[in-house]
Design a protein around this ligand. Structure first.
Ligand code: AR6
Length: 296
């Protein structure tokens, strides 16, 4: 099966153009939400809502995320897209962002700082962040589902799903496991999102799952070198949520793959972040990193 390389899609999604969000500065949040919802009537009807105007402001905002989650690509007209960008940029401005450059390294490999950071990846300001996607590559279609795919798509805006749709159609088939695709990050603090489909594990971890997980990590790292100026990259813990890869087994493999790549590409990246979400996952990474330091 032939996979689409970055050269085969970068111009179709304007990968190298800076994203300039719309600023509808005179319009209140409630009007922005109403305008976008007006464009998503069939989505909120599918969710069982008869009249969003009867909902509280907070519930309308939640409904907007849910409707966008289930709406097919290219559902919004230009005004609604600008309204959503304005809303997401305002929300971004009132959220505390973490700058990768301010994070202390856990260790240094050659010229690359390795950082362990716990938090929501959508608040991290890195050159590129990693999304744990599914083989459709269009984001998660389950409203309010607590996966990273949903978090990233909801905070980036609908352009992310549109780009993924363009490149998956160009590719002509679903995204195989263990490779990577890059898009701009739109309304997120980061500049790029690198999407990968990790292996699904049911029962014991097979040698195929190990190979494919390692391949996701190395493909993502290779992808950073196809775009100018990616110096910092934040990985999420690929496959260890819905896809069931035990994090205790995924973590040493992730560290080993990244360390090998960094050794072979010593000047490629300034910072690699391992981003975790839960305290348990933080502890697993901390132990694995300490073990890695002892052994190397
Ligand atoms: N920031 C950082 N990490 C997060 C966040 C967040 N906002 N949310 C979740 N995580 P998962 P997978 C962590 O299930 O296992 C989707 O539905 C989470 O704690 O998101 O690769 C896709 O569409 C876990 O450690 O991804 C696919 O169908 C890690 O992110 C499927 O899930 C990955 O968990 C992919 O499953």
């Amino acid at each position: 099966m032939k996979h689409l390389s970055v050269a085969g899609y970068c111009t179709n999604i304007d990968l190298n153009a800076p994203f300039v969000p719309a600023q509808l500065s005179d319009i209140d949040d409630s009007v922005l939400i109403r305008d976008v919802l007006n464009d998503l009537t069939s989505a909120w009807r599918q969710l069982g809502i008869k009249d969003p105007s009867t909902l509280s402001h907070q519930d309308q905002r939640r409904l907007l995320d849910a409707a966008i989650t289930i709406a097919p690509p290219f559902s919004l007209n230009a005004h609604s897209k600008a309204a959503l960008d304005t809303l997401l940029q305002r929300e971004r401005a009132s959220t505390t962002e973490t700058h990768v450059g301010n994070l202390p390294p856990f260790l240094t490999l050659g010229n690359t700082k390795i950082v362990l950071w716990r938090g929501d990846i959508t608040t991290l300001n890195a050159d590129a962040i990693v999304n744990a996607a599914n083989s459709q590559l269009l984001g998660c279609f389950l409203p309010q589902h607590k996966c990273i795919d949903n978090a990233i798509h909801n905070r980036a805006g609908v352009q992310l799903r549109e780009d993924c749709d363009v490149l998956i159609k160009l590719q002509g088939h679903d995204e195989p496991t263990g490779i990577a695709k890059i898009t701009r990050a739109y309304n997120l603090p980061s500049r790029y999102v690198i999407h990968t489909v990790g292996p699904i594990v049911q029962g014991a971890v097979t040698s195929d799952s190990k190979r494919l997980l390692s391949s996701s990590y190395s493909s993502i790292l290779d992808t950073t070198q196809t775009v100018d100026n990616i110096r910092s990259l934040a990985f999420c813990s690929i496959s260890t949520g819905v896809f069931g890869y035990p994090i205790e087994q995924a973590t040493p493999l992730a560290l080993k793959t990244v360390a090998q790549w960094v050794k072979a590409n010593p000047d490629a990246l300034d910072t690699v972040v391992f981003n975790v979400f839960s305290e348990h996952d933080y502890n697993v990474y901390q132990s694995a990193l300490e073990e890695f330091i002892c052994k190397n």
